[in-house]
Design a protein around this ligand. Sequence first.
Ligand code: ZN
Length: 176
Amino acid sequence: MEQVKTRRTRDQGMIDAGQIKDPKALERMLGELESLHRRINSLEDTELEVMERLETAQTDLDRRSAEFAAIEGEEHELRSVVEQKAGALQSEIASVRAERASTAEGMPEDLMALYEKLRGQKHGVGAAALRRRECGGCRITLNASDLGIIAKSPTDEVIRCEECNRILVRVGESGL
Ligand SMILES: [Zn+2]
């Protein structure tokens, strides 16, 4: 821009000094210079706009990058929590399996077979406690005559729930 101004001043000076013989050619040249000047101005405006947009985009990018980093950190944390919990559950499962195996050891084979069969049919629960006259499997309250029969049965006899067919286990609070 500076250069154009200088040249223009110089050209104007040349006209004033009467050094250029063809005033029309000079007029044209000055017109062209004027339009170039305008073009440069408009390009400079555009450049400013583009730079502003770039700056806005950069700010946006920085903000989003920071957000992304925060989310990544959070994800990392959650993953390690999940791994920890999964590990704890695995060892709990292992100890429950071991407990189950040692409990099943002393059981008569036919009773175990019945229990496993019922477990398969009854959503994983083959036996239920008879507590306060209620079957823990289907929640039905047993009537007095059934309770009377159960009360008279030998303790080693396998009792079944009339309603859900599960093995009923007599406990201290059975209500017999
Ligand atoms: Zn039942």
